[in-house]
Each structure stands twice: as structure tokens, then as C-alpha cells.
Design a protein around this ligand. Sequence first.
Ligand code: SF4
Length: 496
Amino acid sequence: MEKPILSKSTFIRGLQCEKSLYLYKHHYDLKVEASTQIQAIFNQGNNVGILAHDLFPNGVDASPSSYFKIQESVLKTKKFIENGESIIFEATFQFNGVLAALDILVKENDSWKAYEVKSSTSISDVYINDAAIQYYTIVNSGIALKDISIVHINNQYVKDGGIDIQKLFTIESVFDKVQNVLPKTPNQIERFKQVIKQHEAPNIGIGPHCSEPYDCDFKGYCWNLIPDYSIFNISRLNINKKFELYNQGAVSFEEIDLQVTSLNPNQLIQVTSELDNTTYIDKSKIKSFLEELVYPLHFLDFETMATAIPIYDNSRPYQQLVFQYSLHVQNEIGDIDHKEYLAEANPNIDPRESFVKQLIEDCKNSGDILVYNIGFERGKLNDLILVYPQYSNEIESIISRLKDLMIPFRKKWYYTPEMKGSYSIKAVLPALVPELSYNDLEIKEGGTASTVFTQMVTGEFSGDMEKTRTDLLEYCKLDTHAMVKILEKLYEIPES
Ligand code: SF4
């Protein structure tokens, strides 16, 4: 069998950017390796795909013996069809140099239906193109496809006992949508084959396509001339506007023509602060913010986990579930106490109830509760009320005491060039309290904390459990310690 030239994923890569396709085929080493979090998302996708097999019991599996022997699957699929099998998992076909594997192929009354499983909660244009290349390859291999569907996650499903796969998954036919894009598919295939045959990469510059629909893994190569801090870091500036500036020749802030470039007031603060190397402080607004704080002050931060397949009863796919918090309590400046909660990583013990019980206990009844980005903690507390209505009074009382320490920075009442346009705590902390840093920690951000804890719950974690629990505690503790120190810096602003 001839070696395939394109696969489903390289076809989709080519649709995003032909240079990316070329680099993938000829300069794979320039590609940035997937992060642990991206890898965890891939693994989750695989688990969802395997679970979806149960929608069609008693199928045969055409998977290859190794990732590098994918063509084995083509032969297995052919054999299964010849043997009269009616449900084939990982059915794989090759036609015209294109190899495409399909999650589930089902025979019904002498015709076939194709099902591709996605771990997302809706159908995107990429999925239609993905289904089109599958349809093209399968039909041209001589299989009459009556229908092709995407099987995706139903985010309204609430787990109650064992997983009900009929309710967890939604099956949506994309047959008509595939027919709409199909006429373009043969030309696209021919074009991509030509691209791969070229002696050098297509001359394609950077653009919005570098992040749409996916963040390109060759950015490290193509964007290497763009400095770490550039016009692409202007806060909340539309991507097309950033490229308008770039195409006018601007990369650094000095190159922006402020006479003709329209920026909103906050963006102007960022740019002028950078150009003049000045700190911008609205003292009266910060003074009012500080005067309204009610002691004892609580500094609170949550960590959450979210899985495609719900683990605990009374939870939905991808619902963010609290499993950890850190709380610093300050009676007055200098008098500080620390409390924390980290759930047992156990698929049979829902972390939320003991979380909420201890939180109520630790927050007591008085004083403001400062969080950083109030929408997040408030949203999780409201979710807890729905699951544990017996604690609704106490949780509502906690919600009523929440205040947002992010406001002075989001509203640019305090801005320094070191914040580099961001008001996230990860940008504000080094700008205001450079002696405190996340860099020395093993776990440096919430995404990793979430991934690691989820792996512990699902049994996919292979590291040192006790040490990693300590790392989780240290990470979350620094988040609230950072808030304490940031607030101290606001108090230190001289009145005049
Ligand atoms: S970084 Fe942008 S230009 Fe470079 S290969 Fe990726 S999408 Fe294409």
C-alpha cells in the first residue's frame, strides 16, 4: 500500500495555514511540544472516544498495533467489512493519498453510517471539514455512506449514579453540511499535495490565522522576530487591529502613530506608560476603595477541576468543581492567619461538601472577603448553593461579603509598565512585589493545579502524591499571600 500523503489532521492543518502544513512535513523539529495541559486534553479526548464506543455495543476494533503502523487499520477495516462485521471502531480508509480514521462505522440495512466523536460540547466549522475529508475518503473507498454524524458531549447532562451514555452524548447529523463543503475537498487535497512537494515553505506571513481556529505550534519559529512585549500585547485590542498596526510597520510601542491610531483610554494608559516609563495612579479612586474595606479582611482563592465525563453525582460535563482554597485572614495589618483546604483526591468522595463546610467555618461571620476576579469565586459559590441548598444562607452571606481586589488594576487606577498591559495577578504581583514570585514554585498556575488534581482523582497521576499535594498547597497559598502583599502596596501609596 502506498504511503499516505495527508491525514485528517494534516488536512485540517493545511486549511489553517499551508506553511504550517509544510513545516509539519519537512521541519517537524521546529514544532513546539504540547504542554502537559494540552496533552491532558488529548488524553481526555481519547477517553471520551472510548466511552462513546458503548453507544454501539459489540463492535470490532480496527486500531493499529502501534501509532506508527496506522495502515494496519486500513487492512483490518477491509477485512472486517468483508467478514460482514456491522460495527467497526477506528475504521480506517485510504484513497488518493489521504488516510482517514473514523471513530465508529455502523452498518444498517445494507448501508453505512459514520460517527465521529468529539469531546467538545458543540460542532464547529473545523469539525465539518474534518467530517468532509472522512466522507470523501470513505465513499471513494467504495462504502456507501447514508449518513455522517458528530457525537459530542451534552453539557446539560447531570450525573446521577452511573454514567448514562445516551444522555451524556448528543448525536448530530452533519450530512447536509458536509455536502456543502465537499465540492471544494478534492481541490484542497491536490493543493496541499503540491504544497508538500515544494522545495521551500510557502511565503506566508504571520496573521490572525496563527491562532484561529487553533494556536499554531510553529509560532515559536514564525514569531521569533516579534519581541516578548509588543503591539500584540496591547490589552483588549482586537486581533485584526493589531495586524493592521503590524502591517503598517509597527511592532514596538514606539512605532505606533498615536495621531492616527484609535485606542481606548485604558489602552492609551498602557501605551503612554510604556513610552514614558511612568506609573499611573488614580489616588482618589484607590483611597475610596481602601476606605470601604471592612476588617477583618479575608483573602480567598479557589482552585477548580473540570472533566468532560463527570466524576461526581450532581455535576455536569466540564463544570468547574472546587477542590481547594487558600484563605488569609487579617485582623489588622501585620496580624495575619492562614487557613486552607485541599480535598482528598478520590473519585468516590465529592470534594465540594467538605470544601463548603470548612469554608463556612473559616470565613466566620464578619469582614470583607477579597478575591481576585470576583465573577469566578461568586460563580462557584452560586453553584454550591444549587447542590447544597442546606448551606444556602451561609453561602449567600459569604457571597455578600465578596469584594474584588482586581478592580483597581482592571480599571487602571494603578498601572505600571511592568504589568505589560495585564491586570491578572500573575502580572500585577511581580510589578508591585518583585520579591515574591511564582517562578520558584513547582506548580505555577491554576491550569496545572487543575490538571494535576484531576489526574490524581482519575488515577492517571504518576508522580509523588504527597509532594504534589504540598506543591498544590504552596501554589494556592501564594495566590492569597500575593493579594495580602498587593493590598499592602496600595496602602503605601502616599496621599499627595
Ligand atoms: S505560526 Fe502562523 S504563519 Fe507560521 S506556520 Fe503557524 S499559522 Fe502559519
